[in-house]
Design a protein around this ligand. Structure first.
Ligand SMILES: Nc1ncnc2c1ncn2[C@@H]1O[C@H](COP(=O)(O)OP(=O)(O)O)[C@@H](O)[C@H]1O
Ligand SMILES: CC(C)(COP(=O)(O)O)[C@@H](O)C(=O)NCCC(=O)O
Ligand SMILES: [K+]
Length: 251
């Protein structure tokens, strides 16, 4: 079985992958790229089904060298194969980005686009709702036409804590328009604000290609956001893993 790792800015997601699907998965929250003691964090990971060594370890990360080096040491200590990173693939899964500097495009975004293609979507708007919300326009031939980045739901809510009148409010209800207390105003305002932004931006992106284009949504906050979006939306919780798994194929 392959061990897949998706290291985002809030959580490390892991999955055991075999015969084209996730067999078991989990996630562990961390304290960010620079504040997390990575060796200790990795040794606290409980990967169920770890009775046999993985045949491959494939990783996509947006955290930088501290995390990568700790992951290499962690695999080495177990006698497991050296992790292969998404960035090691010079062809980046056949995704060709219009970014001025394609090496600056988040590797998790490459993986999600590769996942969309693995599912048979040549064109798609991909919405990844993690620490940040990213929207990407993929068109025929693996062409990444560009995308957009917004603060994610947790980041939006926490950022309001800089206002003394808002900081420390308990969790509110997210279905109150108009809201009549601070907690509900924050919970509803951030959730519905993000929903409105995603609705608007995904249709603007989609209008750059002819015809109807599917919208795929993934990421930790997708279950909270997706039910409020208008129009058709396809929920694909394992989209990044689907792209990442393709990296080890053919060798
Ligand atoms: N069990 C959980 N623990 C932590 N965050 C969770 C959990 N379930 C959902 N979330 C939400 O998922 C978000 C992180 O999504 P994720 O896709 O893992 O982000 P990233 O890839 O940036 O690490 C958090 O902001 C949080 O709102
Ligand atoms: C935009 C991101 C921070 C999203 O990360 P995430 O929310 O998944 O942790 C990440 O893809 C990243 O660091 N990208 C580099 C900048 C870019 O894609 O333009
Ligand atoms: K992510």
């Amino acid at each position: 079985m392959k061990l897949l790792l998706d290291a985002g800015n809030s959580r490390l997601k892991w999955a055991w992958w075999a015969q084209g699907a996730v067999r078991e998965q989990g996630a562990l929250a961390h304290d960010g790229a620079t504040r997390t003691p990575w060796p200790g964090f990795l040794s606290s990971l409980e990967l169920r089904k770890a009775r046999h060594p993985p045949t491959q370890i494939l990783c996509v990360e947006v955290l930088g060298n501290g995390f990568r080096e700790a992951l290499q040491a962690w695999a080495g200590d177990r006698g497991w194969p050296a992790p292969r990173f998404m960035s090691d693939d010079p062809a980046l899964h056949g995704i060709i980005s219009d970014y001025h500097d394609p090496s600056r495009l988040g590797l998790d975004r490459y993986a999600a686009m590769a996942g969309a293609r693995a599912l048979g979507h040549e064109s798609a708007v991909i919405i990844d709702c993690g620490t940040a919300v990213t929207l990407d326009l993929l068109s025929k031939g693996g062409h990444h036409r560009g995308g957009l980045i917004l603060p994610g739901l947790g980041l939006m809510r926490r950022s309001l804590g800089v206002a003394p009148g808002v900081s420390g409010v308990e969790q509110g209800r997210a279905d109150r328009i108009p809201a009549s207390c601070t907690a509900d105003a924050v919970a509803t305002g951030t959730l519905m604000g993000l929903v409105a932004a995603i609705d608007r931006l995904s249709s603007s992106l989609g209008s750059h290609v002819p015809g109807a284009i599917p919208r795929l949504i993934t990421g930790g906050d997708a279950p909270s956001l997706a039910p409020h979006l208008t129009g058709d939306i396809i929920m694909v919780p394992d989209l990044v893993f689907m792209g990442l798994a393709g990296m080890g194929e053919g060798d």
